[in-house]
Design a protein around this ligand. Sequence first.
Ligand SMILES: [Zn+2]
Length: 321
Amino acid sequence: MHLNNIGWIVNPGDLTPELIDRLAGCGINELGIHPGGGKRAPQLLEETLAFHALKSTQALYARARDRGITVEYDAHVLSWLLPREEFERHPDWFRMDESGARTPDINMCASSEEALDYVSRRAMLLAERLHTPSHRYAYWIDDVKNGACCCPRCRGLSAADQALKITNAMYRGAKQADGEAVMGFLAYQDTLALPETVKPEKGIYLEYAPIDRDSARPIDDVACAANVSQTANLKKLLAFFGSENARVLEYWVDNSRFSDWKRPPKPMALNEDVMQKDVRFYASLGFRDMTSFACFLGPDYIGLYGQPPIERYAGILKEIG
Ligand SMILES: [Zn+2]
């Protein structure tokens, strides 16, 4: 077996020329930039737009390109695409909570055609402003659980169906900016369920992120309830979205998760045994693209603990994948 793409996803502040050289040196060919999740995602995306425009950032991206690494953005973009300030003028664009009240807190109404059109237009703008030579767009809805719309029109749609409608809208926009765009449907948390009534546009691929897994146990450990909950629908999801471009987005080296998303980072050890078993499992299902969040392993981490285990991580993906 042989993987098509081996990735590494960092926060903008983790990125250095030395990192790019190390990634290239061990065969990593996909660099993801993740602005950060949670409630601050729109603000972090705004900061990332400023970061993207810097000459020094463009020099880093050129360095990556010269070393055979594609650069892409992996971001929770929805609250940026649909600014919360629009709530006053268009409350019907936003989701209805379980009490029946419209709220701009998170996500959107997935049945508002006007809102979906607006999101498409903004996705086109974002794809233009965050242009990289990669055609892969990992644009995601908000980073929350229980974020679905409960309005009468959305009530019959599961959280996964709503997320897919929104992802389709974002994709239509990105495609206007880049005719070769492909976009990930982020299957994680509430969207690990199989969409039931909405179909993906051609060009949407499965982006599987088992965030609620137990990282101390192999993902296919049937005795681990947390991991069983993450993989229960995985084969069906792959069949539904197809294996072309399907990607595992793991947490093997996500030191932001291991540090509870608070800097300073904690020391991190790669669990090689678990990662080897995971990679074998994912490869057996047909995944040919694998990446991992690798945040909080930048200059502050290196200053505290030395180099992170990039070579060993890439080695496992190359040996087993
Ligand atoms: Zn709705």
